[in-house]
Design a protein around this ligand. Structure first.
Ligand code: RIB
Ligand code: CA
Length: 327
């Protein structure tokens, strides 16, 4: 029997529908130990994000995981939220009960610094929202860069068109200055851009595989993604919804799902039409060394089947636990 210790992760998130799916995938994966959720502005306000995170954890019987409130707006740019994509409350048509639990009083930046410095080289950060919290933490405590084991970022668009401007992806566009700080921090980064996430489309057929489970998890996902699918259909003629964040989360323990290239990547902060656009130096024209590993190919069906299978397993596990508790 092989014994392994779970990978310790902190998720910095703007929950958000696909963020919620990523959090559930993390909770469904014994390969991971989620040590906290730090919340950032983005898909919805940071306060709505805190409420959503607490509710999602309670839904999944994981209310022991700490939640901390982070930055409510970008470092420099004006605030930009995404109600058209995730709904006013950030979780589409899903309406979770108000949470009983509260966030810690600590700011997310201080939480990230404290937790990572308490275990240098042991904690992986999964950043699936705008990078404001992480950038500010790096500025407050520069030692953070050397103490983070690795950083997975859902963000950017390398050869792929933008989803927020014709060129830029949402997380890097909302706070390009934060992305610039993080991209040049020296942390070992895996970037998971739209180039791979936009191939990962959750469809009605996937949801139907979860429907037979009498669990609140599939019901939540169906309500949340129904709004998200309507957005994708109306704005991008996509039959389904792109689950960006779960792919980034999955790569923390299933790196085999993607192919990568070591590249020098930067993000435009010049304020023009390319604001927030991420670009890679494929032909080494800048002479600068690679600053990250970029996922550029993905095993789409393997990932989507894995996601559905893990959510199904989590749903059954919670059902069994509820039966035992009522026992
Ligand atoms: O562009 C997609 C990313 O922006 C995802 O993380 C989504 O949740 C939003 O934060
Ligand atoms: Ca997100």
């Amino acid at each position: 029997m092989l014994s392994f210790s779970p990978k310790r992760i902190l998720i910095d998130t703007d929950p958000g529908i696909d963020d919620a799916a990523a959090i559930l995938l993390a909770l469904a994966s014994p390969e991971l130990r989620v040590e906290g959720l730090s919340i950032v502005h983005g898909n919805c306000s940071v306060d709505q994000g805190v409420t959503n995170a607490l509710s999602i954890l309670e839904l999944a019987q994981a209310a022991h995981i700490p939640v901390v409130r982070g930055c409510e707006r970008p470092l420099v740019q004006p605030s930009l939220l995404a109600p058209e994509t995730h709904g006013q409350m950030g979780l589409g048509y899903a309406q979770l009960p108000p949470p009983h639990t509260k966030p810690l009083s600590q700011h997310a930046c201080d939480f990230l610094i404290e937790r990572v410095l308490s275990a240098p080289g042991e904690i992986t950060i999964v950043a699936i929202g705008p990078l404001t919290n992480l950038a500010l933490a790096l500025r407050k405590e520069p030692r953070l860069a050397q103490a983070v084991k690795e950083l997975f970022i859902m963000g950017g668009a390398i050869r792929h068109e933008g989803n927020t401007t014709p060129l830029a992806e949402f997380n890097t566009y909302v706070d390009p200055h934060a992305a610039h700080i993080v991209f040049h921090s020296g942390i070992p980064i895996t970037l998971v851009p739209l180039d791979v996430t936009y191939q990962c489309i959750l469809t009605e057929a996937h949801l139907q595989k979860l429907d037979p489970l009498p669990s609140p998890i599939p019901a939540f996902l169906r309500q949340a993604t129904r709004y998200y699918m309507e957005f994708h259909d109306q704005y991008q003629a996509i039959a389904g919804c792109v689950i960006n964040d779960p792919l980034a989360l999955a790569l923390t323990f299933r790196p085999d799902l993607c192919d990568y290239q070591e590249l020098y990547v930067d993000v435009d902060i010049s304020g023009g039409v390319c604001m927030g656009k991420t670009f890679a130096d494929f032909y080494h024209m800048t002479g600068k060394p690679a600053n990250m590993r970029v996922a550029l190919g993905v095993c789409v069906n393997a990932f989507l089947d894995f996601f559905v299978q893990r959510i199904a397993t989590l749903s059954r596990k919670l059902l069994n636990e509820e039966v035992e508790q009522e026992g």
